[in-house]
Design a protein around this ligand. Structure first.
Ligand code: HEM
Length: 457
């Protein structure tokens, strides 16, 4: 439990508290959420030590410190997820790969998120979003936006990424199992009946059984560039790289993709909807942009084929999505392990210690953002571009060799959702006040955000 300092290094250890034996400060973290890190950062500084999820770790905030950690991949640090995460994602996941194996796997995945591939997923993503908004609008009761956004991002991942055609009932079962998996990916690694960890393992096994069945039954479309889903592209890309993916690798890769997309995209979708409700002027400006590009006419979205390039050309929309991801970064940070002792902010990070770089705290404390707590999409406009000061002030998708592979897909999804909301929906907050936010495991409103959708007037 007590990780020690590197005695050969003269620098002091970071300040901080290690909490109780075995559990360390895990319970404080769960209960305090974002306040946990903020309070310790205020007390101990931007680099402090703590003990979470069964291991000691050093938490790092601030663009310069984060840059050193992220750019130090392979030389200073390497990936190191909590034991529960590593076990549940499996040895073939990107999260558990290092060095050349990681590079090779990323190369295979890169094609899955290429411009060409995204263009081919676009109509399906749009269709899934439109169907979902229709269901939300036809419900006479308010929608729990966070819960339903989880369902939406799961549908997107299963249908669009993997091209699975399963019945509504099967989809519902898969979703429930997947929720059990996700809820226990970050758990204490205690394998006892009824422990979260055991529940996570059972959920993963059941999920992968269904994935294997669906892969075996799936018709594959790998002729030419006419992809229909990411699984097709993945298989083709593996072939091009002279790699044969085993069923186990496919199952782990697909589980990892859905996992990576699920909670992050649901959190960002909920934050987007909340900000559009809070800031009607932003929603109106989005509509104005859609009108000026000919995508919105007489209050209706033009039903013609929407191209990836038209979405990319919407500059204000881009600013809105960036600002949502700055103020409500879904992923709070990433885990690494020090492969050698190094200096950070005048203290030592001893070899063998876990390091968690912080995204949300780095955004919240960055001096480059004026009025840092305000929702102000124009800060990303070409005239202001407050993020130009250096890319590690703004890092919702991480940075360095392990930055988010699904960044473009996630951004496209959020943009399409915003276009549909601005163009074709009317929606109102169904509670008197906006809910409080909690940040574990991802940012989300305490009551899920209750919203009444009306659809078109
Ligand atoms: C990694 C954020 C959506 C796939 C990451 C990392 C961050 C991140 C911060 C780096 C973690 C680290 O440094 O350890 C987000 C956010 C999303 C999002 C904020 C949505 C708004 C997606 C989607 C996919 C995806 C939709 C794929 C379908 C991945 C993968 C990695 C990753 C595969 C691991 C890359 C590696 O280890 O080389 N994401 N992500 N993400 N993300 Fe995302």
């Amino acid at each position: 439990w007590t990780a020690t300092r590197d005695k050969s290094c003269k620098l002091p250890m970071p300040k901080g508290s290690m909490g109780f034996p075995i559990i360390g400060e895990t319970c404080h973290w769960f209960f305090q959420g974002a306040g946990f890190h903020a309070s310790r950062r205020q007390k101990y500084g931007n680099v402090f030590k703590t003990h979470l999820l069964g291991r000691p770790l050093i938490r790092v905030t601030g663009a310069e410190h984060v840059r050193k950690v992220l750019m130090g991949e392979h030389s200073l640090v390497t990936v190191d997820w909590p034991q529960s995460t590593s076990t549940l994602l499996g040895p073939n996941s990107l999260a558990n790969s290092i060095g050349d194996i990681h590079r090779k796997r990323r190369k295979i995945f890169a094609k899955v998120f290429s411009h060409e591939a995204l263009e081919s997923y676009l109509p399906k993503i749009q269709q899934v979003i439109q169907e979902t908004l229709r269901v939300w609008s036809s419900n006479p009761d308010p929608i729990n936006v966070y819960r339903e956004s989880q369902r939406l991002s799961f549908h997107m991942a299963v249908r669009v990424l993997l091209g699975f055609h399963v019945s509504e009932e099967e989809m519902h079962c898969l979703f429930r199992t997947f929720q059990d998996f996700v809820e226990n990916v970050f758990s204490l690694p205690i394998d006892l009946p009824f422990s979260g960890y055991r529940k996570g393992i059972c959920a993963r096994d059941s999920l992968q059984k269904s994935i294997e069945k669906a892969i075996r039954e799936k018709p594959l479309h790998t002729q030419g560039k006419d992809y229909t889903d990411a699984l097709d592209v993945l298989l083709e890309s593996a072939k091009e790289n002279n790699t044969e993916l085993t069923m186990q690798e496919l199952k782990e890769s697909t589980t990892e993709l859905i996992f990576a997309a699920f909670a992050t995209t649901a959190s960002a979708s909920t934050s987007l909807i909340m900000q559009l409700l809070r800031h009607p002027a932003v929603l109106e400006k989005l509509r104005e942009e859609l009108r000026s590009c000919g995508l919105l006419h007489d209050g209706c979205l033009c039903q013609g084929e929407l191209r990836l390039d038209s979405i990319i050309s919407l500059k204000y929309l881009d600013c809105v999505i960036k600002e949502v991801l700055r103020l409500f970064a879904p992923v709070s940070g990433g885990y690494r392990i020090a492969t050698q002792t190094f200096e950070l902010d005048g203290v030592q990070v001893p070899k063998g210690w876990s390091v968690m770089y912080s995204i949300r705290d780095t955004h919240d404390t960055s001096a480059v953002f004026k009025d840092v707590e305000a929702f102000d999409p124009d800060r990303f406009s070409p005239e202001r571009s407050e993020d130009r000061e250096g890319r590690f002030h703004y890092l919702p998708f991480g940075g360095g060799v392990r930055s988010c592979l699904g960044k473009q897909l996630a951004t496209l999804f959020l943009k399409l959702l915003a276009v549909e909301l601005a163009g074709g929906s009317r929606f109102e907050l169904a509670t008197r006040t906006f809910p409080r936010l909690i940040s574990v495991p991802v940012v989300h409103p305490t009551d899920g955000l209750r919203v009444k959708f009306f659809g078109l007037d």
